[in-house]
Ligand binder design. Structure first.
Ligand code: NAD
Length: 345
């Protein structure tokens, strides 16, 4: 993969913690036509670990990296509170940006990032990695083909142990943007009403248990079951519709269809009359590491001058919906109408 003038694209990574190390590995080993040339992190040990056995130069400061290296694209994987300043610095240096999710801490920050990218004529996209999961892509294709008929409900489960390194946000802002984004992406409708309950059980500052509900404009009900309290990792998405149910497993990249046999030949007007237990089919999935797909598509979009793989506005909506969920839990109120519409604008 090369840039419009035919040369190899030059990539950098800023923030070399848990997730940044994956960006380093994937850019360096898995994306053809891209060379990882530089990485930056104030933590000298993190730089040492990331550059060991690689040709990339290490920097202790992103500003120095931008001054000394000419880059085409960069992954920003620093803590969320730094997404705004580091993104602005990258865009000012003429570099295309993929910033990790959540896009930023607030709407104001996200808006400044989106405007700065537009003004600089550079790409800004966001690492909503679940969009690149092959099981989710297959599910989206099958839903668009109408395999389930009318969709009734989307249910996201994202459970696991508490990640000790996350200090700045609670489980809702850290994890719910994934599922909120996937729900909008799959059903193509906007929420008109939301409600949430949260609890803080083990975490010292923020909530670690979250249950949320959304009603979408097209009638679909969204259910979110997310926590940092479960001793095993479970990440699934179930979609129930007229013709049965799909269950996608993000971790295994499995997609299973549970058919409603009553949906065959018993249509009354535009719907089915009953539900029974039918056959279960495991769909074939071409499994791939989602981060490899994500970074490959980012590089391809930079090369072709195409659209960002994830529109940063969608990423901002996912963040703001997560924040509204926290607001609903704190106030005990359902949020609807203008208070919700302003999030989507
Ligand atoms: N897409 C996903 O599924 C996913 C998964 C994990 C994390 N993330 C996101 O990635 C980001 C980083 O998360 P993490 O879990 O890797 O955190 P982490 O704490 O493990 O790593 C953050 C790194 O950033 C470095 N850093 C601090 N200040 C810096 C600066 N000024 N310039 C450059 N680097 C700096 C730290 O030294 C550290 O090495 C967060 O925004 C998080 O939400 C996304």
């Amino acid at each position: 993969m090369t840039s419009p003038d035919g040369r190899t694209l030059r990539a950098g990574v800023i923030g070399l913690g848990m997730m940044g190390r994956n960006h380093v590995r994937v850019w360096d080993e898995a994306v053809p036509g891209v060379q990882l040339v530089a990485v930056a992190d104030p933590d000298a040990d993190a730089v040492e670990r990331a550059t060991q056995g690689r040709r990339a130069r290490g920097f202790d400061d992103p500003a120095r990296m931008f001054a000394e290296e000419e880059l085409d694209l960069v992954s920003i994987v620093a803590p969320t509170s730094l997404h705004l300043p580091v993104t602005l610095a990258a865009l000012a240096a003429g570099v295309n940006v993929l910033v990790e999710k959540p896009i930023a801490a607030t709407r104001e920050e996200a808006t400044r990032m989106i405007e700065a990218a537009r003004d600089a004529g550079r790409m800004l996209t966001v690492g909503h990695i679940e969009r690149f999961n092959p099981a989710i892509r297959e599910l989206r294709r099958r839903l668009a083909d109408g395999e389930l008929g009318r969709v009734f409900q989307v249910h996201a489960t994202r459970l696991g142990p508490f990640p000790a390194r996350i200090r700045d946000v609670g489980v809702v802002v850290d994890l719910a943007p994934h599922d909120l984004d996937i729900m909008r992406y799959l059903i193509g409708s906007e929420p008109i009403r939301i409600f949430a309950e949260t609890e803080r059980r083990i975490h010292t500052e923020h909530e670690d248990l979250f249950n949320g509900m959304l009603k979408f404009a097209n009638g679909v009900i969204g259910v979110l079951d997310i926590n940092w309290l479960t001793p095993t990792k479970k990440r699934t998405l179930s979609v129930t519709g007229e013709r049965g149910m799909y269950v996608a497993d993000y971790i295994a990249q499995d997609l299973v269809f549970y058919a409603n046999p009553e949906a065959n030949g018993t249509w009354v007007n535009d719907g089915v009359t009953s539900v029974a237990e039918g056959e279960m089919t495991r769909r074939r999935i071409d499994r791939q590491e989602p981060l490899t797909v994500e970074l490959t598509e980012f590089a391809a979009a930079v090369r072709s001058g195409g659209e960002p793989p994830v529109d940063p506005h969608d990423a901002m909506v996912a963040l703001l919906l997560a924040r509204k969920m926290v607001e609903s839990a704190e106030s005990g109120q359902v949020i609807a109408g203008e208070a919700l519409e302003e999030v989507i604008r």
